[in-house]
Design a protein around this ligand. Structure first.
Ligand code: NAP
Length: 330
């Protein structure tokens, strides 16, 4: 595998957090490499219209917004490569980041690998993503004004999203696979007392019916007690069955919390459990999960990174071939 030492700072991930970090690093003349990952542009590339990103009064398509962010970082010298990180070695410095194509060495790493909304796993669900199937009520709720929609899931996210969606939809039906909900009492009660929310329990979605042209028109449901299947007409499907942070390559290297999110041990800093490794965006945030908050934390990570490189006097040794500068073992 080819060993590459041309990039001194590596950003892992190319969503709003990664692109913003790359923009700030590039403008600081740090010429970052952005390893784009499996889904270049991140989660926004599976939504359609984005109406809550400041600066776009008419809204903008998710993939288009990501293209603009990427171009803006490239304009100042950031390099983007569609590769996927398989493993990292962060316990000795310079760090090593191994992708499916190269082995990179870098003085600093910013992790912006995001989180993935869990999917039910149906081919028809995948085919209609952005065409009536959504994973984010805050992002897409507005497009379902006056419509009847379904939320799948029984946790706090499903209750919260369903409650939020009643601001737009004329009726919201929560479909959950068990009799008992997983959500906290207070969230359950809020949803149960809302007259615009109905529940279908002990049921799963077997198929999403619809087309890109007409959007979602119905769901094929299976009653898990009787085994019977029915067609349930609806105009939208919100899947709220949890998120998983994309941290598999960092297990055993960085401190992660019990859900797998990267821990940031210091208040007001994006540094992780290892000096020189920073994290931003959804890989650390399971609460806000917005493009604008991810972008904001990407900026913070880049500034923290730049300051650390200066403080450690690494920028002074910038032009030395990598490996000839002193190794810092941790
Ligand atoms: P969660 O608590 O893990 O709940 C996921 C739900 O989706 C469960 O009800 C689960 O069913 C269901 N599910 C999982 N896989 C499924 C599948 N393949 N098909 C159908 N249903 C499936 O996830 P979450 O609701 O996103 O919450 C994550 C964490 O964030 C929790 O700690 C939660 O308290 C917190 N949170 C808090 C708030 C708040 O306080 N405002 C809001 C949102 C989230 P089972 O129950 O049968 O496993």
């Amino acid at each position: 595998m080819e060993r590459v030492t041309d990039f001194k700072v590596i950003v892992i991930g190319s969503g709003p957090a990664g692109c913003t970090a790359a923009l700030y690093l590039a403008r600081a003349n740090l010429k970052p490499l952005v390893i784009e990952g499996m889904q270049p542009g991140g989660q926004l590339t599976i939504t359609t219209e984005v109406e809550n990103y400041p600066g776009f009064p008419e809204g903008i398509l998710g993939p288009q917004l990501m293209e603009l962010m990427r171009k803006q970082a490239e304009r100042f010298g950031a390099v983007f490569r569609i590769e996927n990180v398989d493993k990292v070695e962060l316990k000795s410095h310079p760090f090593t980041v191994t992708t499916d194509q190269h082995e990179y060495q870098a003085f600093a790493v910013i992790i912006a690998s995001g989180a993935s909304a869990m999917q039910i796993g149906l081919s028809t669900e995948k085919a209609l993503q952005g065409f009536g199937v959504s994973y984010c009520a805050t992002c897409d709720g507005f497009f379902f004004k006056g419509k009847e929609i379904v939320v799948v899931g029984g946790g706090d996210s499903a209750m919260e999203e369903a409650t939020f969606l009643t601001k737009f939809a004329s009726k919201v039906t929560i479909i959950h696979r068990r009799e008992e909900l997983r959500a906290s009492k207070i969230m359950q009660e809020r949803a149960r007392s809302n007259p615009e929310i109905e529940f279908i329990l002990n049921s799963t979605v077997d198929e999403v019916v619809g087309s890109k042209e007409h959007g979602v028109t119905a769901l094929k449901l299976r009653d898990l007690k009787s085994g019977a299947t029915t067609i349930f007409p609806t105009q939208g499907l919100f899947v709220a069955i949890g998120h998983t942070p994309n941290t598999r390559p960092f297990q055993g290297q960085l401190t992660l919390d019990e859900r797998g999110y990267i821990v940031q041990p210091h208040r007001n800093s994006t540094v992780t459990s290892i000096q020189g490794v920073f994290a931003c965006g959804d890989v650390v945030d399971h609460i806000y999960r917005q493009a604008v908050t991810a972008a904001g934390s990407g900026c913070q990570a880049a500034l923290d990174c730049e300051r650390w490189l200066t403080h450690e006097r690494i920028t002074e040794r910038w032009d030395l071939p990598m490996g000839e500068e002193e190794r810092i073992d941790r």
